[in-house]
Design a protein. Structure first.
Length: 448
């Protein structure tokens, strides 16, 4: 059976090496990004201890159509906390956040995405949450807008969160904390072989250590035995004894408060669709699923709001049943009165494991970038897109004539952790031939 990469080639979007592909980007975004916000001035001191990761110590025994009221009205609203008013269709949910921080560059654009070999009449559009700001944060910044408002309201002076060694959520949290003048403690899961070694400066780790996050390493085996909640509580107790005021943010920012980030994103999409004057109405929303909060917000918002698009999630770690239960717990806690299996379709796209990729998956990410100019991270959006096209191939009738909105959740810094797999696939280079008789022509500046 031909691979997806072979079908890219057959569709004419790829050609044999050397590859020369025109950029195919035919449509105009429905909404342009606002101008860059101004940065906040702050005094600071440099403390080298912040950037020195070390092994985490474990004690024995620890086993209606309202405009978004929080949208920036001037360039100076960035990094400000404002009262939050939910969409009218979500006003019955409980609890409703009282405030929200303006951290994202929103609304993020939507444009057509020319993937190959789609079922007849199917259109795929792209919601560019990879352009949401916060040092390439992706979807995490939307959750952090609500979580950080609560952190500040509680009077915390530092935050704690947990994730994998290349966690996009942990990196975004570290940056958001520093934006607001808070310390950040990260519990990062890694292999037992390297848990006692310096984790290096690859990808997300570089940004985390640049902004001074306190990195604590834990092995995957210890993580499985103890769990993220107990690990965070252990570090919280230690910081409390030191006189700190820590606030724990769950894995992926996925709790009822973080879920509001993508309920609000649905309102943003509704407004973008309305601004498009009927150019497109979306039938489906597709997104990667790693911790569950993003799909809960999208599914609940789409179900309650005017969009009514079917949400499809491609799980990159746990199995679908786990995420159905997780989403059900979230929506029950928000008094939504809905069944998770009625509002979201979850499929397994984990492959050989979380953050692990086959050579075919890596080549697929490279081929999509070469064909369309869209760079996907191999861990989340890459696997979700791969899973989507596989499902379209297996069930073309299910997708025929549908208008699909794919949420690009960012995570591009994770590509740097895959350079060994990507190296044999990327474009070639060669020494330029220059004839000695070519006459010199001055450019701009002495070096040109």
């Amino acid at each position: 059976m031909p691979t997806l990469s072979h079908r890219f080639l057959h569709a004419g979007l790829l050609s044999p090496p050397p590859i020369i592909v025109p950029l195919i980007f035919p449509t105009t975004p429905l909404f342009l990004r606002p101008s860059s916000p101004t940065s906040r001035r702050s005094s600071f001191t440099i403390s080298s201890s912040h950037s020195q990761p070390h092994r985490m110590e474990l004690e024995e025994g620890n086993s209606g159509r309202s405009q978004r009221t929080v949208a920036a009205s001037s360039p100076f609203d960035f990094l400000t906390k404002k009262p939050y008013v939910p969409p009218s269709w979500a006003s019955h949910l409980n609890p409703i956040p009282s405030h929200v921080f303006s951290l994202a560059h929103s609304p993020t654009p939507i444009h057509r995405w020319n993937l190959p070999n789609l079922p007849q009449g199917t259109e795929v559009w792209l919601k560019r949450d990879d352009l949401s700001g916060m040092q390439l944060s992706g979807n995490k910044v939307r959750k952090l807008e609500f979580l950080m408002a609560e952190v500040v309201a509680q009077g915390a002076d530092c935050v704690i969160t947990v994730g994998g060694i290349q966690s996009n959520h942990c990196r975004a949290t570290a940056v958001a904390a520093k934006y607001l003048g808070l310390d950040c403690y990260l519990i990062l899961r890694t292999s037992k072989v390297v848990v006692d070694q310096d984790p290096g400066l690859t990808g997300n780790l570089l940004v985390e250590r640049l902004v001074g996050a306190h990195v604590r390493l834990i092995s995957k085996e210890e993580y499985a035995q103890i769990g993220s909640v107990a690990l965070a509580d252990l570090l919280k107790e230690k910081l409390l004894k030191e006189g700190r005021k820590p606030y724990v943010i769950p894995v992926g920012g996925s709790n009822s408060l973080g879920t509001w980030g993508y309920i609000e994103a649905i309102r943003e999409i509704e407004q973008q669709v309305e601004a498009g004057n009927g150019e497109v109405e979306f039938d489906d929303i597709v997104v990667a699923c790693g911790s569950g909060g993003t799909i809960a917000g999208l599914a609940l918002g789409s179900h309650l709001g005017r969009l009514k698009a079917k949400v499809h999630a491609f799980s990159v770690c746990d199995d679908p049943d786990y995420f159905y239960d997780f989403v059900q717990d979230l929506v029950d806690g928000m008094k939504a009165g809905v069944n998770a299996r009625d509002i979201v379709d979850i499929q397994n796209a984990k492959g050989i494991g979380y953050a692990l990729n086959t050579s075919e998956e890596i080549k697929f990410v490279k081929d999509v970038a070469t064909a369309t100019g869209i760079v996907l991270d191999p861990v989340y959006s890459g696997k979700a897109t791969y899973g989507l096209l596989k499902d379209m191939e297996a069930n073309p009738k299910k997708w025929e004539g549908r208008k699909v909105l794919f949420i690009h959740t960012g995570g591009l810094l994770g590509l740097y952790d895959k350079v060994d797999q990507l190296a044999p696939l990327v474009g070639s280079w060669s020494r330029m031939d220059v004839h000695e008789s070519v006459a010199r022509q001055e450019g701009i500046g002495k070096m040109f």
